[in-house]
Design a protein around this ligand. Structure first.
Ligand code: SF4
Ligand code: SF4
Ligand code: SF4
Length: 382
């Protein structure tokens, strides 16, 4: 592994209180024990020592992370703080939750461990997010209530949204208006869909027309940057791309990193190690191993042929059309799991290539116009 920072996507439970049609997780009853957590953290800190890595970010996900009780997190947090301090490491924590199990008992640990910020998932119009046996309307009502409670407690709620056919049909302005003005979510990120996990009818239709999806992305960027809300709203990955093209420090999403295998691993409640949560239950043939086997995480990662293929991917893509691409230094061939789930191969560029290239060009245009406007502040709004 390279660099001074590593991210761990930790799935302490595979249980979930929702039943989303497009879920790529195998929702079982597995749950991580405190003893198991201590083994994982100990081996990860050994690995960090061996590679001179100073900083760790743990992204707590699931299943649904809030199905473990607050006290479980209190104990986990205390253990990790002590173990990291003893090695001179810094650890930050992030929480991804559907919020359905949220209540006031969570507030102390959300503020203490997660800095008062959580990330949730929201689709609009919702077609696929459901609780077992109920329709999307029921989910939306429950979600809105929990969102309101969390915000009333002072929690900063960010969100990830996955567009569907209905999202494209209503258009970017209505989509953005609903999230910002109706739900009050002013910091969200758009993710592209992919059909991970066991196939079903919804997943077969999950991938949208690429030209329509590209148009939606560009229109959403225009709605954001051309409207009155640009100062109080953040929309990823547009904001990071804007930083990139304005030559500011940019924290681009993992899909455009030089190689996600250099920066991130995922461990689930059974100890399965894989590239990220998208691989754990969807693609067992791509697992790196089990962290509870053997003595060393470094040995496990070094000895994994599956991980070696991830590491090889950028160089292999350079032998194809990515080499000629003007955005290669920004995109690096895109996301392995989107390629694998849609093409069944790893050594191929991301199937959303066309969308990425158009979006890069679009945001680069905005960056140029915003720069020009900064030089001429009384000039017309770009
Ligand atoms: S909330 Fe997440 S883990 Fe649970 S069913 Fe929905 S997509 Fe799957
Ligand atoms: S496979 Fe894709 S989503 Fe997973 S870490 Fe790599 S770039 Fe990110
Ligand atoms: S935009 Fe397309 S061609 Fe360019 S680097 Fe990304 S995947 Fe490769």
């Amino acid at each position: 592994m390279k660099g001074r920072h590593i991210s761990l996507v930790l799935l302490p439970t595979s249980r979930c209180n929702a039943a989303c049609d497009y879920c790529f997780e195998d929702r079982t009853h597995d749950q991580l024990s405190q003893e198991g957590l201590q083994v994982i953290i100990g081996k990860l800190l050994d690995h960090m020592d061996g590679h001179s890595i100073e900083e760790l970010t743990i992204h707590w996900q699931g299943g649904e992370a809030l199905l473990l009780p607050p006290d479980w997190y209190r104990r986990a947090f205390a253990f990790i703080e002590d173990a990291a301090a003893a090695r001179g490491k810094r650890v930050a924590h992030g929480l991804q939750t559907n919020l359905l199990a949220y209540g006031p008992t969570w507030d102390p640990i959300i503020f203490e461990m997660f800095g008062g910020t959580v990330s949730t998932s929201v689709d609009y119009p919702n077609r696929h997010r459901k609780v077992p046996g109920r329709g999307p309307e029921h989910y939306d009502a429950l979600f809105a209530r929990k969102l309101e409670m969390a915000r009333a407690a002072g929690i900063d709620v960010k969100a990830i949204a996955v567009p569907n056919q209905a999202t494209l049909a209503i258009g970017a302005a209505r989509f953005c208006g609903h999230l910002v003005e109706v739900l009050g979510i002013t910091d969200f990120q758009i993710n592209t869909p992919f059909p991970g996990g066991a196939p079903n009818a919804v997943k077969r239709d999950l991938c949208l027309d690429l030209a329509e999806l590209t148009r939606f992305h560009c229109e959403l960027a225009d709605v954001w940057l051309g409207g009155e809300s640009a100062d109080r709203v953040r929309i990823g990955p547009f904001d990071q791309l804007l930083d990139y093209f304005l030559h500011r420090e940019a924290r681009l999403p993992c899909i455009w990193g030089p190689n996600c295998a250099d920066e991130l691993i995922c461990v689930d409640a059974r100890g399965t190690v894989s590239q990220c949560d998208c691989w754990v239950t969807s693609y067992p043939e791509q697992h790196f191993g089990n962290i509870f086997d053997g003595d060393s995480l470094s040995d496990l990662l070094r000895g994994s042929r599956a991980r070696e293929r991830f590491l090889e991917r950028p160089a292999r893509l350079m032998q194809g059309e990515c080499l000629e691409c003007e955005y290669l230094a920004l995109c690096h061939g895109g996301c392995p799991v989107r390629t694998y789930s849609l093409r069944g191969r790893l050594f191929e560029k991301d199937p959303y290539c066309e969308l990425y290239a158009a979006l890069f060009q679009h945001i680069a245009g905005w960056a140029a116009r915003l720069s020009a406007r900064a030089v001429r502040p009384d000039g017309p709004r770009p």
